[in-house]
Ligand binder design. Sequence first.
Ligand code: NDP
Ligand code: 8X3
Length: 260
Amino acid sequence: MNTKLVLITGATSGIGEACARKFAQGGYRLILTGRNEQRLERLKALLEEDGAEVRLLKFDVRDRQAAKTAVESLDGDWKTVDVLINNAGLALGLTKEYEGDEDDWETMIDTNIKGLLTMTRLIVPGMVERNRGHVINIGSVAGDVAYAGGNVYCATKAAVKTLTDGLRVDLVDTCVRVTNIKPGLVETNFSVVRFHGNQQQAKHVYEGIHPLNGDDIADVAFYAASAPEHVQIAEVLVLATHQANGYTISRDVNREEHLS
Ligand code: NDP
Ligand code: 8X3
């Protein structure tokens, strides 16, 4: 039995939750982090029913001190994280840059960039000490090229790409591996959050295209983590079949029935 340990941020929904299920099935012990205690507890109970060992840490990745306190509360072999999945993140709004909401900008930057850095700073030194480990950052196709209204969100995911590349450079003389997974359209709670709870607007995002789901991305993360030690999956762009990049999407409502 594989007793490796994975720490997943933003495990309460979407891609993070799917990663939790996938890594649990793969025999990992799990540290699941998030803000919503109820959702964390529910997921823990489900995974434990199937025999997984789970610890929960409740904190907001924007709160550096809370993150530090939470990570420092881990004891014994719960300290030795083998795989860190920096997944917690969000987009807020889809408006022109010069009309954007400054609070939304701050939330995206603090979560997607600074939150990821906080977790990297807390977990990676232990990996270096043990000379083993794997950091999997959830970037985005949005980080490759900006799309209309994406501006700040796209910039945060471009930062994730650069930070992932920089970390890989800084770790090149260690056995710690670093991966950037860049999904395209994944149907999760992402668009509901982006449109501040407007379900109708969120639904439009996935109309006429068979989008990815959280499990599709979890499969890629698990594949990267399972590759032989000498293989470093540096970057993976994962798109729906009818999406070519962040802004080229072929929508056809009749096509749906052929794809499901
Ligand atoms: P969801 O909204 O379904 O999940 C986002 C997760 O991040 C939730 O668990 C959420 O928790 C958590 N989170 C957000 N802000 C914070 C915070 N400040 N502190 C702790 N946790 C936080 O969306 P996805 O699963 O789709 O998104 C996961 C990642 O994937 C994000 O980084 C996103 O940018 C990226 N991504 C998503 C794509 C998509 O199309 N869906 C495509 C490409 C990348 P809470 O419920 O408490 O807010
Ligand atoms: C999420 C994918 O294309 O909606 O990063 O920005 S997209």
